[in-house]
Ligand binder design. Structure first.
Ligand SMILES: Cc1ncc(COP(=O)(O)O)c(C=O)c1O
Length: 467
Protein backbone atom coordinates (compact mmCIF):
# COMPACT_ATOMS: atom_id res chain seq x y z
CA UNK A 1 0.00 0.00 0.00
CA UNK A 2 1.35 3.36 -1.02
CA UNK A 3 1.20 6.29 1.37
CA UNK A 4 -1.74 8.63 0.57
CA UNK A 5 0.67 11.52 -0.03
CA UNK A 6 2.53 9.51 -2.62
CA UNK A 7 -0.75 8.61 -4.36
CA UNK A 8 -1.69 12.28 -4.41
CA UNK A 9 1.68 13.24 -5.87
CA UNK A 10 1.28 10.63 -8.60
CA UNK A 11 -2.22 11.90 -9.43
CA UNK A 12 -1.00 15.48 -9.61
CA UNK A 13 1.85 14.42 -11.90
CA UNK A 14 -0.57 12.68 -14.29
CA UNK A 15 -2.91 15.68 -14.31
CA UNK A 16 -0.04 18.04 -14.96
CA UNK A 17 1.44 15.90 -17.74
CA UNK A 18 -1.90 15.60 -19.57
CA UNK A 19 -2.57 19.33 -19.44
CA UNK A 20 1.00 20.19 -20.44
CA UNK A 21 0.79 17.86 -23.41
CA UNK A 22 -2.51 19.43 -24.45
CA UNK A 23 -0.99 22.91 -24.19
CA UNK A 24 2.10 21.91 -26.15
CA UNK A 25 -0.01 20.64 -29.05
CA UNK A 26 -2.38 23.61 -29.19
CA UNK A 27 -0.38 26.85 -29.19
CA UNK A 28 -2.51 28.30 -32.01
CA UNK A 29 -5.72 27.58 -30.12
CA UNK A 30 -4.30 29.20 -27.00
CA UNK A 31 -3.49 32.37 -28.97
CA UNK A 32 -6.96 32.47 -30.51
CA UNK A 33 -8.55 31.98 -27.10
CA UNK A 34 -6.55 34.91 -25.73
CA UNK A 35 -7.90 37.08 -28.51
CA UNK A 36 -11.45 35.74 -28.08
CA UNK A 37 -11.43 36.77 -24.42
CA UNK A 38 -11.52 40.40 -25.58
CA UNK A 39 -14.77 39.97 -27.53
CA UNK A 40 -16.68 36.99 -26.13
CA UNK A 41 -17.35 36.45 -22.41
CA UNK A 42 -14.87 33.80 -21.34
CA UNK A 43 -13.94 33.53 -25.02
CA UNK A 44 -17.10 31.50 -25.49
CA UNK A 45 -20.39 31.64 -27.37
CA UNK A 46 -21.80 28.18 -26.57
CA UNK A 47 -21.27 26.72 -23.14
CA UNK A 48 -21.27 23.19 -24.51
CA UNK A 49 -18.12 23.87 -26.54
CA UNK A 50 -16.04 25.40 -23.76
CA UNK A 51 -13.57 23.43 -21.69
CA UNK A 52 -10.49 24.27 -19.63
CA UNK A 53 -7.71 25.23 -19.96
CA UNK A 54 -9.04 26.59 -23.29
CA UNK A 55 -10.89 24.93 -26.15
CA UNK A 56 -9.17 23.82 -29.34
CA UNK A 57 -10.13 25.84 -32.39
CA UNK A 58 -11.20 23.53 -35.16
CA UNK A 59 -10.30 24.68 -38.66
CA UNK A 60 -11.70 22.02 -40.99
CA UNK A 61 -13.59 18.76 -41.15
CA UNK A 62 -13.69 16.02 -43.77
CA UNK A 63 -15.77 12.89 -43.28
CA UNK A 64 -15.10 11.48 -39.82
CA UNK A 65 -12.04 13.66 -39.17
CA UNK A 66 -11.43 17.15 -37.83
CA UNK A 67 -8.28 19.26 -38.09
CA UNK A 68 -7.56 22.01 -35.58
CA UNK A 69 -5.79 25.28 -36.28
CA UNK A 70 -2.48 23.74 -35.16
CA UNK A 71 -2.80 20.95 -37.72
CA UNK A 72 -3.73 18.20 -35.21
CA UNK A 73 -6.17 15.63 -36.55
CA UNK A 74 -9.02 14.13 -34.54
CA UNK A 75 -11.53 11.38 -35.11
CA UNK A 76 -14.76 13.30 -34.51
CA UNK A 77 -16.87 11.32 -32.06
CA UNK A 78 -18.94 14.35 -31.07
CA UNK A 79 -20.30 15.28 -34.51
CA UNK A 80 -21.52 18.64 -33.28
CA UNK A 81 -23.40 16.98 -30.45
CA UNK A 82 -24.91 14.25 -32.66
CA UNK A 83 -26.13 16.52 -35.45
CA UNK A 84 -23.71 15.50 -38.23
CA UNK A 85 -24.97 12.09 -39.26
CA UNK A 86 -22.60 12.07 -42.25
CA UNK A 87 -19.64 13.76 -40.60
CA UNK A 88 -18.16 16.79 -42.33
CA UNK A 89 -18.38 18.11 -45.87
CA UNK A 90 -20.34 15.18 -47.27
CA UNK A 91 -19.98 15.71 -51.04
CA UNK A 92 -23.68 15.43 -52.00
CA UNK A 93 -24.69 17.86 -49.24
CA UNK A 94 -21.95 20.30 -50.26
CA UNK A 95 -23.16 20.13 -53.87
CA UNK A 96 -26.82 20.74 -52.97
CA UNK A 97 -26.03 23.63 -50.65
CA UNK A 98 -23.58 25.17 -53.10
CA UNK A 99 -26.09 24.99 -55.96
CA UNK A 100 -28.72 26.66 -53.82
CA UNK A 101 -26.24 29.35 -52.78
CA UNK A 102 -25.96 30.47 -56.37
CA UNK A 103 -29.75 31.06 -56.44
CA UNK A 104 -30.20 32.71 -53.05
CA UNK A 105 -30.43 31.41 -49.52
CA UNK A 106 -33.82 32.53 -48.28
CA UNK A 107 -36.62 34.44 -49.97
CA UNK A 108 -39.03 35.58 -47.30
CA UNK A 109 -41.55 33.45 -49.15
CA UNK A 110 -42.92 29.92 -49.44
CA UNK A 111 -40.53 27.54 -51.20
CA UNK A 112 -40.91 24.07 -52.70
CA UNK A 113 -37.87 22.87 -50.72
CA UNK A 114 -39.90 23.21 -47.51
CA UNK A 115 -42.58 20.90 -48.86
CA UNK A 116 -40.02 18.30 -49.93
CA UNK A 117 -38.38 18.05 -46.49
CA UNK A 118 -41.75 18.14 -44.70
CA UNK A 119 -42.97 15.31 -46.95
CA UNK A 120 -40.00 13.13 -46.09
CA UNK A 121 -40.23 13.78 -42.34
CA UNK A 122 -43.98 13.23 -42.06
CA UNK A 123 -43.59 9.99 -44.03
CA UNK A 124 -40.89 8.74 -41.70
CA UNK A 125 -41.92 9.79 -38.20
CA UNK A 126 -45.03 7.88 -37.05
CA UNK A 127 -46.36 10.61 -34.74
CA UNK A 128 -46.08 13.50 -37.21
CA UNK A 129 -48.95 14.31 -39.59
CA UNK A 130 -48.12 18.01 -39.95
CA UNK A 131 -45.02 19.96 -38.97
CA UNK A 132 -43.46 23.39 -38.93
CA UNK A 133 -39.79 24.32 -39.30
CA UNK A 134 -37.70 26.29 -36.83
CA UNK A 135 -33.98 27.03 -36.59
CA UNK A 136 -33.12 25.19 -33.37
CA UNK A 137 -34.23 22.38 -31.13
CA UNK A 138 -34.90 24.93 -28.39
CA UNK A 139 -37.44 26.76 -30.54
CA UNK A 140 -39.00 23.43 -31.42
CA UNK A 141 -39.55 22.28 -27.85
CA UNK A 142 -40.80 25.76 -26.93
CA UNK A 143 -43.37 25.78 -29.72
CA UNK A 144 -44.34 22.16 -29.15
CA UNK A 145 -45.06 22.95 -25.50
CA UNK A 146 -47.06 26.00 -26.51
CA UNK A 147 -49.08 23.88 -28.92
CA UNK A 148 -49.85 21.40 -26.13
CA UNK A 149 -50.94 24.15 -23.73
CA UNK A 150 -53.15 25.70 -26.37
CA UNK A 151 -54.75 22.38 -27.31
CA UNK A 152 -55.48 21.29 -23.76
CA UNK A 153 -56.15 24.79 -22.41
CA UNK A 154 -53.92 24.11 -19.40
CA UNK A 155 -50.57 25.61 -18.38
CA UNK A 156 -48.42 22.87 -16.91
CA UNK A 157 -45.95 20.66 -18.72
CA UNK A 158 -44.29 17.82 -16.82
CA UNK A 159 -40.63 17.20 -17.62
CA UNK A 160 -38.06 14.78 -16.27
CA UNK A 161 -35.60 15.69 -13.57
CA UNK A 162 -32.34 15.72 -15.56
CA UNK A 163 -34.11 16.16 -18.89
CA UNK A 164 -32.56 18.66 -21.32
CA UNK A 165 -34.72 20.24 -24.00
CA UNK A 166 -32.72 23.32 -24.96
CA UNK A 167 -32.21 26.77 -23.52
CA UNK A 168 -35.61 28.50 -23.32
CA UNK A 169 -37.00 29.40 -19.91
CA UNK A 170 -39.68 26.71 -19.62
CA UNK A 171 -37.21 23.84 -19.92
CA UNK A 172 -34.46 25.31 -17.75
CA UNK A 173 -35.99 23.59 -14.78
CA UNK A 174 -34.32 20.75 -12.84
CA UNK A 175 -31.90 20.00 -15.66
CA UNK A 176 -29.19 19.08 -13.15
CA UNK A 177 -30.59 16.36 -10.91
CA UNK A 178 -30.45 16.93 -7.16
CA UNK A 179 -27.82 14.34 -6.36
CA UNK A 180 -27.93 14.85 -2.64
CA UNK A 181 -31.69 15.02 -2.27
CA UNK A 182 -33.17 12.33 -0.10
CA UNK A 183 -36.75 13.02 -1.20
CA UNK A 184 -38.15 10.36 -3.50
CA UNK A 185 -39.92 12.85 -5.74
CA UNK A 186 -37.84 15.63 -7.27
CA UNK A 187 -38.95 19.22 -6.74
CA UNK A 188 -39.00 21.60 -9.70
CA UNK A 189 -36.07 24.00 -9.40
CA UNK A 190 -35.03 26.88 -11.62
CA UNK A 191 -31.76 25.93 -13.24
CA UNK A 192 -30.11 29.30 -12.74
CA UNK A 193 -30.40 33.04 -12.25
CA UNK A 194 -32.39 35.14 -14.65
CA UNK A 195 -35.23 32.67 -15.02
CA UNK A 196 -38.55 34.11 -13.84
CA UNK A 197 -40.01 32.39 -10.79
CA UNK A 198 -43.32 32.30 -12.71
CA UNK A 199 -41.87 29.47 -14.79
CA UNK A 200 -42.43 27.19 -11.82
CA UNK A 201 -46.18 27.77 -12.14
CA UNK A 202 -46.04 26.01 -15.48
CA UNK A 203 -43.53 23.17 -15.04
CA UNK A 204 -43.48 20.08 -12.85
CA UNK A 205 -40.82 17.40 -12.72
CA UNK A 206 -40.81 13.64 -12.38
CA UNK A 207 -38.09 10.97 -12.27
CA UNK A 208 -37.18 8.96 -15.39
CA UNK A 209 -38.21 5.31 -15.57
CA UNK A 210 -40.71 5.68 -12.73
CA UNK A 211 -44.30 5.16 -13.87
CA UNK A 212 -45.63 5.08 -10.31
CA UNK A 213 -44.23 8.55 -9.58
CA UNK A 214 -45.66 9.90 -12.83
CA UNK A 215 -49.05 8.41 -12.07
CA UNK A 216 -49.04 9.90 -8.56
CA UNK A 217 -48.29 13.31 -10.05
CA UNK A 218 -50.99 12.98 -12.71
CA UNK A 219 -53.54 11.78 -10.19
CA UNK A 220 -53.08 14.93 -8.12
CA UNK A 221 -52.60 17.55 -10.82
CA UNK A 222 -53.92 16.28 -14.15
CA UNK A 223 -56.61 18.93 -14.42
CA UNK A 224 -53.83 21.55 -14.66
CA UNK A 225 -51.45 19.52 -16.84
CA UNK A 226 -51.33 19.95 -20.62
CA UNK A 227 -48.68 17.37 -21.37
CA UNK A 228 -45.56 15.40 -20.54
CA UNK A 229 -42.34 16.16 -22.43
CA UNK A 230 -39.71 13.46 -22.52
CA UNK A 231 -36.70 12.43 -24.53
CA UNK A 232 -37.40 8.73 -25.06
CA UNK A 233 -33.73 7.99 -24.36
CA UNK A 234 -32.41 11.04 -22.48
CA UNK A 235 -29.22 12.15 -24.19
CA UNK A 236 -27.78 14.78 -21.86
CA UNK A 237 -29.11 12.64 -19.01
CA UNK A 238 -26.60 9.99 -20.04
CA UNK A 239 -28.28 7.90 -22.78
CA UNK A 240 -29.99 5.71 -20.22
CA UNK A 241 -32.32 3.31 -21.98
CA UNK A 242 -35.99 3.46 -21.04
CA UNK A 243 -36.94 0.49 -18.85
CA UNK A 244 -38.99 -2.14 -20.67
CA UNK A 245 -42.59 -0.90 -20.88
CA UNK A 246 -41.78 2.59 -19.55
CA UNK A 247 -42.57 4.54 -22.71
CA UNK A 248 -45.65 2.45 -23.42
CA UNK A 249 -46.71 3.01 -19.82
CA UNK A 250 -46.32 6.77 -20.28
CA UNK A 251 -48.49 6.61 -23.40
CA UNK A 252 -51.17 4.78 -21.44
CA UNK A 253 -50.96 7.23 -18.52
CA UNK A 254 -51.18 10.23 -20.85
CA UNK A 255 -54.34 8.76 -22.38
CA UNK A 256 -55.84 7.79 -19.05
CA UNK A 257 -55.36 11.28 -17.60
CA UNK A 258 -56.16 13.11 -20.82
CA UNK A 259 -52.80 14.85 -21.17
CA UNK A 260 -50.61 14.99 -24.28
CA UNK A 261 -47.41 13.01 -24.74
CA UNK A 262 -44.58 15.10 -26.22
CA UNK A 263 -41.43 13.38 -27.47
CA UNK A 264 -38.25 15.38 -27.86
CA UNK A 265 -36.51 13.46 -30.64
CA UNK A 266 -34.02 16.21 -31.43
CA UNK A 267 -31.23 13.71 -30.76
CA UNK A 268 -32.90 10.30 -30.97
CA UNK A 269 -34.25 10.67 -34.51
CA UNK A 270 -30.88 9.40 -35.75
CA UNK A 271 -31.49 5.96 -34.17
CA UNK A 272 -34.21 4.85 -36.63
CA UNK A 273 -35.87 6.37 -39.70
CA UNK A 274 -38.87 7.15 -37.52
CA UNK A 275 -36.86 7.97 -34.41
CA UNK A 276 -37.17 6.27 -31.04
CA UNK A 277 -40.96 6.23 -31.34
CA UNK A 278 -40.52 3.74 -34.17
CA UNK A 279 -38.24 1.61 -31.95
CA UNK A 280 -40.74 1.81 -29.07
CA UNK A 281 -43.69 1.16 -31.38
CA UNK A 282 -45.86 4.05 -30.25
CA UNK A 283 -47.04 7.46 -31.38
CA UNK A 284 -46.55 10.54 -29.25
CA UNK A 285 -49.03 13.39 -29.83
CA UNK A 286 -46.27 15.88 -30.65
CA UNK A 287 -42.61 15.50 -31.58
CA UNK A 288 -39.67 17.90 -31.68
CA UNK A 289 -36.89 17.33 -34.22
CA UNK A 290 -33.55 19.04 -34.82
CA UNK A 291 -29.85 18.22 -35.14
CA UNK A 292 -29.54 15.85 -38.16
CA UNK A 293 -32.53 17.18 -40.11
CA UNK A 294 -30.62 20.17 -41.52
CA UNK A 295 -27.67 18.21 -42.89
CA UNK A 296 -25.30 20.38 -40.84
CA UNK A 297 -27.30 23.62 -41.14
CA UNK A 298 -29.48 25.08 -38.37
CA UNK A 299 -32.82 23.45 -39.12
CA UNK A 300 -35.28 22.01 -36.61
CA UNK A 301 -38.98 21.23 -36.58
CA UNK A 302 -41.94 20.35 -34.41
CA UNK A 303 -45.00 18.44 -35.48
CA UNK A 304 -47.64 15.96 -34.54
CA UNK A 305 -51.30 15.06 -34.80
CA UNK A 306 -53.15 17.01 -37.46
CA UNK A 307 -55.87 18.12 -35.05
CA UNK A 308 -53.26 19.70 -32.77
CA UNK A 309 -50.94 21.12 -35.43
CA UNK A 310 -53.74 22.59 -37.54
CA UNK A 311 -53.96 25.30 -34.88
CA UNK A 312 -51.02 26.90 -36.69
CA UNK A 313 -53.00 27.33 -39.94
CA UNK A 314 -52.80 31.11 -40.42
CA UNK A 315 -56.28 31.14 -41.97
CA UNK A 316 -57.83 29.46 -38.98
CA UNK A 317 -59.82 31.39 -36.42
CA UNK A 318 -57.68 32.18 -33.38
CA UNK A 319 -54.63 30.52 -34.93
CA UNK A 320 -51.35 30.05 -33.02
CA UNK A 321 -48.59 32.46 -33.98
CA UNK A 322 -45.34 30.97 -35.15
CA UNK A 323 -42.78 32.78 -37.26
CA UNK A 324 -39.01 33.11 -37.71
CA UNK A 325 -36.85 34.97 -40.23
CA UNK A 326 -34.92 31.92 -41.37
CA UNK A 327 -37.62 29.25 -40.91
CA UNK A 328 -37.59 26.92 -43.87
CA UNK A 329 -34.64 28.63 -45.59
CA UNK A 330 -33.78 26.88 -48.81
CA UNK A 331 -30.17 26.03 -47.99
CA UNK A 332 -31.13 24.17 -44.83
CA UNK A 333 -34.08 22.46 -46.50
CA UNK A 334 -32.00 21.12 -49.40
CA UNK A 335 -29.06 20.10 -47.23
CA UNK A 336 -31.44 18.38 -44.80
CA UNK A 337 -33.31 16.52 -47.52
CA UNK A 338 -30.07 15.26 -49.05
CA UNK A 339 -28.69 14.23 -45.67
CA UNK A 340 -31.83 12.33 -44.69
CA UNK A 341 -32.20 10.62 -48.06
CA UNK A 342 -28.71 9.25 -47.47
CA UNK A 343 -29.55 8.29 -43.90
CA UNK A 344 -31.97 5.55 -44.86
CA UNK A 345 -32.80 2.45 -42.81
CA UNK A 346 -29.74 0.56 -44.10
CA UNK A 347 -27.32 3.40 -43.30
CA UNK A 348 -28.81 3.80 -39.84
CA UNK A 349 -28.65 0.05 -39.18
CA UNK A 350 -24.97 0.00 -40.18
CA UNK A 351 -23.84 2.77 -37.83
CA UNK A 352 -26.08 1.39 -35.08
CA UNK A 353 -24.32 -1.97 -35.41
CA UNK A 354 -20.92 -0.28 -35.29
CA UNK A 355 -22.02 1.70 -32.23
CA UNK A 356 -23.25 -1.39 -30.41
CA UNK A 357 -19.95 -3.10 -31.16
CA UNK A 358 -18.09 -0.05 -29.86
CA UNK A 359 -20.14 0.01 -26.63
CA UNK A 360 -19.58 -3.71 -26.04
CA UNK A 361 -15.85 -3.27 -26.62
CA UNK A 362 -15.70 -0.40 -24.12
CA UNK A 363 -17.47 -2.54 -21.53
CA UNK A 364 -15.07 -5.41 -22.20
CA UNK A 365 -12.19 -2.94 -21.85
CA UNK A 366 -13.43 -1.74 -18.46
CA UNK A 367 -13.67 -5.36 -17.31
CA UNK A 368 -10.19 -6.19 -18.58
CA UNK A 369 -8.67 -3.10 -16.96
CA UNK A 370 -10.49 -3.67 -13.69
CA UNK A 371 -12.30 -0.33 -13.89
CA UNK A 372 -15.79 -0.19 -12.42
CA UNK A 373 -17.42 1.82 -15.16
CA UNK A 374 -19.82 1.13 -18.02
CA UNK A 375 -20.90 2.28 -21.44
CA UNK A 376 -24.63 2.72 -22.08
CA UNK A 377 -26.65 3.84 -25.06
CA UNK A 378 -28.29 2.61 -28.21
CA UNK A 379 -26.77 2.13 -31.65
CA UNK A 380 -24.81 5.14 -32.84
CA UNK A 381 -25.01 6.90 -29.46
CA UNK A 382 -22.92 5.61 -26.55
CA UNK A 383 -21.80 7.12 -23.26
CA UNK A 384 -19.42 6.24 -20.43
CA UNK A 385 -20.68 6.21 -16.84
CA UNK A 386 -18.34 6.07 -13.84
CA UNK A 387 -20.07 3.26 -12.01
CA UNK A 388 -20.83 -0.38 -12.70
CA UNK A 389 -24.06 -0.16 -10.70
CA UNK A 390 -27.53 -0.14 -12.21
CA UNK A 391 -28.65 3.24 -13.53
CA UNK A 392 -32.38 3.73 -13.59
CA UNK A 393 -33.05 7.44 -13.07
CA UNK A 394 -31.13 10.46 -14.33
CA UNK A 395 -30.35 11.19 -10.68
CA UNK A 396 -28.56 7.83 -10.53
CA UNK A 397 -26.55 8.80 -13.60
CA UNK A 398 -25.58 12.19 -12.13
CA UNK A 399 -24.51 10.56 -8.85
CA UNK A 400 -21.95 8.46 -10.71
CA UNK A 401 -20.09 11.68 -11.58
CA UNK A 402 -19.55 12.57 -7.94
CA UNK A 403 -16.25 12.07 -6.13
CA UNK A 404 -14.22 11.44 -9.26
CA UNK A 405 -12.20 14.68 -9.22
CA UNK A 406 -11.33 15.81 -12.72
CA UNK A 407 -11.45 12.35 -14.23
CA UNK A 408 -13.93 13.28 -16.96
CA UNK A 409 -12.07 16.45 -17.89
CA UNK A 410 -8.69 14.70 -17.96
CA UNK A 411 -9.98 11.78 -20.01
CA UNK A 412 -11.39 14.26 -22.51
CA UNK A 413 -8.04 16.08 -22.85
CA UNK A 414 -6.05 12.84 -22.99
CA UNK A 415 -8.34 11.49 -25.72
CA UNK A 416 -7.67 14.70 -27.64
CA UNK A 417 -3.93 14.24 -27.05
CA UNK A 418 -4.41 10.85 -28.71
CA UNK A 419 -6.49 12.11 -31.63
CA UNK A 420 -10.09 11.51 -30.53
CA UNK A 421 -12.54 14.39 -30.15
CA UNK A 422 -15.48 14.16 -27.78
CA UNK A 423 -16.65 15.95 -24.62
CA UNK A 424 -16.20 15.65 -20.86
CA UNK A 425 -19.34 13.63 -20.40
CA UNK A 426 -17.84 10.78 -22.41
CA UNK A 427 -20.28 10.80 -25.31
CA UNK A 428 -19.38 8.78 -28.39
CA UNK A 429 -21.49 9.56 -31.45
CA UNK A 430 -20.93 7.80 -34.76
CA UNK A 431 -21.26 9.09 -38.31
CA UNK A 432 -21.73 7.28 -41.61
CA UNK A 433 -18.16 7.81 -42.91
CA UNK A 434 -16.93 5.68 -40.00
CA UNK A 435 -15.84 2.10 -40.52
CA UNK A 436 -14.55 -0.50 -38.07
CA UNK A 437 -11.01 0.91 -38.46
CA UNK A 438 -12.01 4.31 -37.08
CA UNK A 439 -13.69 2.72 -34.08
CA UNK A 440 -10.65 0.53 -33.43
CA UNK A 441 -8.58 3.70 -33.45
CA UNK A 442 -10.92 5.25 -30.86
CA UNK A 443 -10.84 2.10 -28.71
CA UNK A 444 -7.03 2.00 -28.74
CA UNK A 445 -6.91 5.67 -27.74
CA UNK A 446 -9.41 5.07 -24.94
CA UNK A 447 -7.50 2.06 -23.58
CA UNK A 448 -4.23 3.99 -23.58
CA UNK A 449 -5.86 7.04 -21.98
CA UNK A 450 -7.40 4.94 -19.21
CA UNK A 451 -4.03 3.31 -18.48
CA UNK A 452 -2.46 6.76 -18.36
CA UNK A 453 -5.13 7.82 -15.87
CA UNK A 454 -4.87 4.80 -13.61
CA UNK A 455 -2.68 6.52 -10.97
CA UNK A 456 -5.13 9.43 -10.97
CA UNK A 457 -8.09 7.10 -10.52
CA UNK A 458 -6.27 5.19 -7.76
CA UNK A 459 -5.72 8.39 -5.77
CA UNK A 460 -8.92 10.30 -6.48
CA UNK A 461 -11.60 7.69 -7.16
CA UNK A 462 -10.38 4.37 -5.74
CA UNK A 463 -13.98 3.05 -5.73
CA UNK A 464 -13.58 2.71 -9.51
CA UNK A 465 -10.72 0.22 -9.33
CA UNK A 466 -11.31 -3.47 -8.76
CA UNK A 467 -7.76 -3.91 -7.42
C1 LIG B 1 -32.85 16.56 -26.56
C2 LIG B 1 -32.56 17.96 -26.96
N1 LIG B 1 -33.59 18.80 -27.15
C3 LIG B 1 -33.40 20.07 -27.53
C4 LIG B 1 -32.13 20.56 -27.74
C5 LIG B 1 -31.94 21.99 -28.13
O1 LIG B 1 -31.52 22.08 -29.44
P1 LIG B 1 -30.72 23.36 -29.92
O2 LIG B 1 -29.36 23.32 -29.29
O3 LIG B 1 -30.70 23.22 -31.41
O4 LIG B 1 -31.50 24.56 -29.48
C6 LIG B 1 -31.03 19.71 -27.56
C7 LIG B 1 -29.66 20.20 -27.79
O5 LIG B 1 -28.68 19.58 -27.51
C8 LIG B 1 -31.25 18.39 -27.15
O6 LIG B 1 -30.22 17.54 -26.94
Amino acid sequence: MKHPDELKREAAAVEDAIIQRYRARTAGSRARHQEALRYLPGGDTRVATFYAPYPSYMAAGAGAWLTDCDGNRYLDMLNNYTSLAHGHAQPAIVEEAAEQLTRGTVFGAAAAEQVALAKLLTARVPGIDLLRFTNSGSESTMMMMRAARAYRGRDIIVKLEGGYHGSHDFVEVSVSPEVSAAAALPQARLEGRGLPAAVLNAVMVAPFNDLAAMEALLQRHHKRIAGIIIEPMPNAGGLLPPAPGYLQGLRALADAYDVLLLFDEVVTLRLAEGGYQEIAGLKPDLTALGKIIGGGFPVAAFGGRADIMSAFDPQGADFLFHSGTFNGNSIGMRAGLTALQRLDAAAIARINRLGERFGAAVNAMFAALGIRAQCLGYGSLQQIHWTDGELLTLRDAARANQDIGKLRELLHLELMNRGVYTVNRGLFCLSTPMQAAELDFALAALAAALERLRPYIRAVAPRLLAE
